[in-house]
Design a protein around this ligand. Structure first.
Ligand SMILES: Nc1ncnc2c1ncn2[C@@H]1O[C@H](COP(=O)(O)OP(=O)(O)OP(=O)(O)O)[C@@H](O)[C@H]1O
Ligand SMILES: [Mg+2]
Length: 223
C-alpha cells in the first residue's frame, strides 16, 4: 500500500498532469490504483472518464460526509496505490494528505514563484513531519522543461533548492504536446507508445518516485 501526493502551493505547476501519468503508469503495470482529488475543480475525474484504459480507476472526492482522512483510510483498504492531487494553495487538506503520504512530490516549473512556493511547500511538509514525528520521503520534480536546451533558469532553480538541501529528482518532466493532448483525449503517452519520448520521460519519473518510497512500500507498489 503506497500513498503518493502531488503538492505545491503554486497553481499550474504540473501537479494534475503528474498525477495523471502516474495513475496511468500504475494501471499499465497492473497495480490497483485509485485517486483522491482534492482540487475543487475536480480535474482527475474528468481525465479518468475520458480515458478508455483507466475505466476501473476510482476517483474519490471529499464532501460534507466524507472527510479526507476517512476517504484515505477507505481507499487504503481497497487498492494498492493512492494518488492524491491537491489544489495550488496552502490548505488544511494539504496538511492532512501529506500526513498520510508515503512520498510527496513537489512539481515546480523553472520560475521564481514556483521555486518560492516549492520551498514553502517543503517547509509545510517539514511541519507535518514534526507533528507526526516521522520523516516523509519528498522531492521536487522540475516540470515543463525544454527537451531541447538547458537554460540558465534551470541551473538557477536547481541551485535555489540545493542551497536549502531540498532534493530534486534527476529526471525533469519535459514540456511536450503529448501531455497537452492527453487532457483532451485521456490518453496518457505512457499508455500509447511506450517507446516514445514522452512515455520514456514518464517511466523515468515513475522509477525515481518509486525509489523515494520506503523499501517495503516501494517493493509492494511495483511488484
Ligand atoms: N509536461 C508538460 N507538457 C506540456 N504541458 C504541460 C506539462 N505539464 C503541465 N502542462 C500544462 O500546464 C498546465 C498546468 O498543468 P497542471 O494542470 O498539471 O498544473 P497543476 O499544478 O495541477 O495546476 P493547479 O494548481 O491549477 O491544479 C495545463 O494546461 C497542463 O496541460
Ligand atoms: Mg491541478
Amino acid at each position: 500500500m503506497a500513498i503518493i501526493t502531488l503538492a505545491q502551493t503554486k497553481g499550474g505547476s504540473g501537479k494534475t498532469t503528474t498525477a495523471e501519468v502516474l495513475i496511468a503508469e500504475f494501471a499499465h503495470r497492473g497495480r490497483s490504483v485509485a485517486a483522491l482529488d482534492l482540487d475543487p475543480n475536480r480535474p482527475l475525474g474528468r481525465f479518468v472518464a475520458r480515458s478508455a484504459d483507466l475505466g476501473g480507476v476510482h476517483v474519490a472526492v471529499p464532501g460534507p460526509e466524507h472527510r479526507v482522512s476517512d476517504l484515505i483510510a477507505d481507499l487504503s483498504t481497497r487498492v494498492e496505490v493512492v494518488i492524491i492531487d491537491l489544489m495550488g494553495a496552502a490548505t488544511p487538506d494539504m496538511m492532512v494528505a501529506i500526513g498520510f503520504s508515503d512520498a510527496v512530490v513537489i512539481p515546480s516549473q523553472l520560475s521564481e514563484p514556483d521555486v518560492r512556493c516549492g520551498i514553502e511547500t517543503w517547509q509545510m511538509i517539514r511541519e507535518v513531519e514534526r507533528l507526526g514525528r516521522r520523516e516523509i520521503p519528498k522531492a521536487v520534480l522540475f516540470t515543463r522543461t525544454s527537451p531541447a536546451l538547458r537554460t540558465r533558469a534551470q541551473e538557477h532553480a536547481r541551485r535555489q533548492y540545493e542551497k536549502l538541501a531540498i532534493p530534486v529528482l534527476r529526471t525533469e518532466f519535459m514540456e511536450r504536446t503529448a501531455f497537452k493532448e492527453m487532457t483532451f483525449t485521456g490518453l496518457a503517452p505512457n499508455l500509447a507508445d511506450r517507446t516514445g519520448n514522452a512515455a520514456r520521460n514518464v517511466i523515468a519519473i515513475f522509477e525515481e518516485i518509486m525509489a523515494l518510497l520506503p523499501a517495503p512500500v516501494g517493493a509492494e507498489a511495483v511488484a
